[in-house]
Design a protein around this ligand. Sequence first.
Ligand code: KIV
Length: 283
Amino acid sequence: MNSKFTVANFKESKKTGRKISMLTAYDYPTAKILDEAGVDSILVGDSLGMVVLGYEDTTRVTMDDMVHHVKAVSRGAKRALVISDMPFLSYHTGKHDSVRNAGRLVLEGGCKAVKLEGGEEIVEDVKAIISAGIPVIGHLGYTPQSINVFGGHKAQGKDLETARKIYRDALLLQKAGVFAIVLECVPYKVAEFISKRLDIPTIGIGSGPDCDGQVLVIQDLTGMFRDFTPKHVKKYLDMGSAIEGAVKSYIDEVQKGVFPTEKNSFIVDEAVVKELEKTNFDI
Ligand code: KIV
């Protein structure tokens, strides 16, 4: 597909059974590579906090951080649908703030949709943002902004009560008008059950093969982030080791005088050099 991937294509994919591919990106060159490779959607996730900014979790990421990175990604993505996470506390202080913050991500950042974590408790914010003309994608299961409530990175929906809550929240979000829902670290049988009962697509991360699409953090997929590797990740590349190897070679060549050579520099007329040698500034 060469034309832009839109919110309508999410809905259409659900109908046709075509799986949706989504990856995160936080900068222009990465967004450009993902876009040219043909990914359907690019999420500027607040995982930015860990994999780019070096925080322990996502709760330190600000609206300004998000706007800054969404701008860069939007410039790199020509075809993929760019979605921005709304960061911690940017949609918890009233509908007015929620709409204003979502608006900043679209107006200043250039994204086409926003993602919010949570279910019943954020339904009114979701409705207000959609009413303002901004498409919303939900996020249920393990929701990283609530890490301090969960007490760590833990799969959700493993018992009947929490599985039912995720299902109910998914139905409420669908009714509120979201165009898709990310299901993070939900047991695959529960994710399959929910996916089969929704009219909108589910995008899984650690939630098995029966979701309608998949998302991964690009730094995990490429092996760029080496602090820890979550269970759900498949590493397609070991870019961290490749970069480390290249940097070691560079250091070695600089120390031995192998790099740079004249070929990595520029030519000047001999006459200029001769005159330069005669120059003597009295400074
Ligand atoms: O912030 C993020 O990268 C996300 C994905 C893991 C879904 O929310």
